[in-house]
Design a protein around this ligand. Sequence first.
Ligand code: DAK
Length: 260
Amino acid sequence: MDYKNVSLKKEDGIALITIERPKALNALNYETLKELECLLNSARNDEEIKAVIITGGGEKAFVAGADIAEMSKMTPVEAKKFSEFGQHVFREIELLSKPVIAAVNGFALGGGCELSMACDIRIASKNAKFGQPEVGLGIIPGFSGTQRLPRLVGTSKAKELIFTGDMINAEEAYNIGLVSKVVEQSELINEAKKIAQKIMSKGQLAIKLAKEAINKGIETDIDTGNTIEADAFALCFSTNDQKEGMGAFLEKRTPKFEGK
Ligand code: DAK
């Protein structure tokens, strides 16, 4: 498949996926979402890829939302299809068995904010701006923003952001727990790579199981969540990585994990 709006660069086990539609501040149209879905499939199936970073091309925007020009012409049926497809692509990110880091390098509005929230970890450059401005367009967030934002920052702050459509800067996003780190723009991708490399140095099966346990657990009550955790914990003991990790500790050496 030829990609017009996205790219994937593979380096040292990390896939750097960049959304590149500079004319529309990387806004997501259907074609871009489709291409993103294909790149996620490649990242999933490529065993050399251990972690994924998603960012926006240029220095101004991560993703300025769903493409308003394209959406403006949609019928309700098309809008439902578009919303469901976006939800599906973002869910694929959430369910990817590899860690995904959003490196937010500018505007992350509407669908852009929602894309970042589907990732496991968000870091931002100082010029990043987050918001769900959809109500100003007479619509509501359609790529799971009403679901993920309250889970990440609490219902009250999520309602304030969604009802007012206000943008917040990187510092406020950090203060409300929407991003875990704010760095200079020139350092953003390096910082994302550093986090990815640190994660990759650990037991990959453990990371995969921890991601699953967190994702499933957050949707359920504590007792069911604890059962999910205990099952995943037990599964770790069937891996070579567990034997290597604990053996290395006892032998006072650095573990060599193989993801097996
Ligand atoms: N869509 C299409 N084009 C966009 C865009 C977007 N979201 N954002 C920016 N652009 C385009 C602009 O139209 C402009 O194009 P030209 O006029 O040069 O051809 C170019 O990018 C540069 O933008 P500006 O000239 O506006 O740049 P400024 O620096 O002045 O302003 C801005 C930057 C990010 C503040 C501004 O562009 C802006 O407010 N953009 C729109 C942000 C926004 O409202 N985003 C949320 C989009 S709504 C659903 C499915 C999905 C969704 C909802 C429902 N269902 C189907 C139910 C999701 C919705 C959204 O994401």
